[in-house]
Ligand binder design. Structure first.
Ligand code: 4UV
Length: 549
């Protein structure tokens, strides 16, 4: 029987998949609750080096890491650990070790500049950093700007380096003993950064309850296939970063909970990815649209490389039907042989709110799916503010136990994003069809998505405004076949001032990580179009941006 959603008093839609019991466990306890059943199976493997830990070992290392953080590093409950780590197995040891010790974790893209990491880590009072050799110089630079700094954990380092630098291996080998606190699931345990609908990136306060609820929602047995199939030796290959909520909760925790074998890579290269496909023969791939495009179109990817794949999960940015078709063509498989699942989420919702059910009809390809259990939605008219019925596009509002507690230290932004009735205003434009499948059609918020990564226009605009010759600036996203979107700047110069495009692109390139660079270029204008309230009319600029390459 098909599931039907209900419209409650015409005020909102409920999930067709019913309710879950809101999580009462801590994230670490929940993710590893069945670990005894597959203690000898591999948990996470580094696809580049082959380094791998089984579940039993992983659980033990997490416990020891928690004791080391509480012991030698003297980090107490609620204090913040900052991670500057790529996708490696030890990511799991540190993040769950910290959560087990009652700490709060924030993670940064390891390719961020020291400026970018400093801003984030200072904002949420990071007291210790964990990183690998390659990023030690960044960690050192950042730590100089942090108050009451307690030490750096050197992942991959055998021994302590002195001067507050601790080798992870020696910390774990020493088997420190500490009284670990009882952690309350209502406490915040993760602060990822997101620019939300406007402005600079902000700390998103997620509790154990938020994250555990979302795992329960996405593993609803009726909606997915997993009932009775846990720990069966499924292998997945994943490159979306663990330092983003999709990679961390939507992929890593999701699969660890099920006892699957997570194969990942610290750095994406086509050669390594193909090598991993052949070596580990994954049955499931977790991708973002740009990686799907690579698999579908890159000549070095052959159908033999994909012969084991049964399921492919795409999330974090829009993908097209034609790309999904191209992927099937590459595999020489039919739509019945490979499941193409899509999901929609936001950092602010732990992240998943919409997902295609496992047995969805192929006619719905292109949809981001249905509401996950215990999740409610409204589609609200952009002009009148009233709730819209099927096939009408408006702003998507969502409510459920996965919605964040709020933005860290920013009540104004919290109030603008989550209203007093608990609705998260997504800033995305969507509609739903007669079967309550949702389709994302546009964005009202400023956010730019480059290969699934967030780029805040405000962050770029602030940097460009530092140039004395600049009078006004606006940055928008323009379409790009591979990246989805790329940032483009519109600049107004002060009278009699001169500046080249390169002056501007170089400055941004110096200050920000690669994917935030102005790959859409710079256009000089007489003035930036603004409405009566002074707000930049970004849609006008997007149209202009597409005309003036
Ligand atoms: O805050 P964020 O960077 O968060 C994410 C989270 C993505 C997902 C998606 C599916 C999953 O199953 C999952 O676990 C995690 O990207 O950016 C949020 C914004 O990204 C756009 C949309 O504008 C959000 O507000 N976005 C995310 N997923 C999709 C999307 C999608 N499937 N289609 C179109 N846009």
């Amino acid at each position: 029987a098909t599931q039907t959603a209900t419209a409650v008093d015409n005020k909102f839609l409920t999930s067709p998949w019913g309710e879950i019991q809101v999580g009462q466990e801590t994230l670490t306890d929940f993710v590893f609750s069945d670990v005894e059943s597959w203690a000898d199976s591999p948990s996470v493997t580094c696809g580049a080096s082959g380094r791998s830990y089984d579940y039993g070992m992983m659980r033990m290392m997490i416990e020891r890491c928690a004791c080391a953080l509480a012991g030698p590093l003297k980090l107490g409950p609620g204090e913040r650990l900052g991670l500057i780590l790529p996708n490696i197995p030890e990511f799991v040891v540190l993040i769950h070790g910290a959560m087990r010790a009652g700490l709060v974790v924030t993670f940064a893209n390891p390719l961020y500049t020291a400026d970018e990491v400093t801003r984030q880590f200072r904002d949420c009072n990071v007291k210790a950093i964990a990183t690998i050799e390659l990023f030690m110089p960044v960690a050192k630079e950042v730590s100089k700007n942090l108050k009451d700094y307690k030490g750096t954990i050197w992942v991959g380092g055998e021994d302590d380096k002195g001067q507050g630098i601790y080798g992870l291996k020696s910390l774990l080998m020493a088997d420190h003993q500490a009284d670990l606190p009882t952690v309350n699931p209502d406490e915040v345990c993760l602060i990822p950064y997101s620019s939300g609908t406007t402005g600079m990136p902000k700390g998103v306060m997620l509790t154990h309850k938020n994250l555990v609820s979302n795992l329960k929602q996405t593993q609803c047995p009726k909606m997915m296939k997993y009932e009775g199939e846990k720990g069966k030796g499924d292998v997945l290959l994943t490159v979306p970063p663990f330092f983003h909520i999709y990679g961390f909760n939507g992929i890593l925790n999701y699969n660890l909970k099920l006892g699957y074998h997570v194969v990942t890579m610290p750095r994406f290269t086509p050669e390594d990815y193909i090598k991993c496909l052949v070596e580990y023969q994954p049955t499931t791939l977790f991708v973002v649209p740009s990686l799907l495009a690579f698999l579908a179109t890159h000549p070095s990817v052959k159908k033999e490389h994909l012969q084991w794949v049964e399921t492919i999960m795409v999330g974090a940015a829009p993908t097209t039907d034609s790309m999904l078709e191209k992927f099937l063509l590459k595999c020489e498989k039919t739509k019945d042989q490979i499941k193409l699942l899509q999901g929609y989420g936001m950092t602010e919702s732990s992240p998943v709110t919409l997902m295609t059910p496992y047995s969805y009809p192929y006619s719905k390809v292109g949809s981001v799916g249905q509401l996950v259990p215990s999740t409610q939605a409204r589609v609200v008219s952009l002009t009148t503010g009233e709730m819209l019925g099927p096939h009408k596009s408006g702003e998507l509002w969502l409510r459920g136990p996965q919605v964040m507690k709020g933005y860290w230290n920013n009540e104004a932004a919290t109030k603008e994003t989550v209203d007093s009735d608990g609705w998260l205003h997504t800033g995305d434009v969507a509609y739903y069809d007669d079967d309550f499948y949702f389709y994302i059609v546009d964005r009202t918020k400023e956010l730019i998505k480059v290969k699934g990564n967030q780029v805040s226009p405000t962050e770029l605009e602030n940097i460009i405004m530092e140039l004395p010759a600049v009078a006004d600036v606006a940055v928008v996203g323009v379409p790009d076949p591979l990246a989805g979107e790329v940032p483009k700047a519109f600049v107004v110069l002060k009278p009699k001032q001169k500046l080249t495009e390169k002056d501007i692109t170089d400055l941004v390139a110096k200050k920000l990580t690669r994917y935030k660079h102005l790959d859409g270029g710079v256009v000089f204008l007489e003035s930036i179009p603004r409405n009566a309230a002074g707000k930049i009319m970004r849609n006008e600029l997007k149209v202009l941006g597409m005309k003036r390459k």
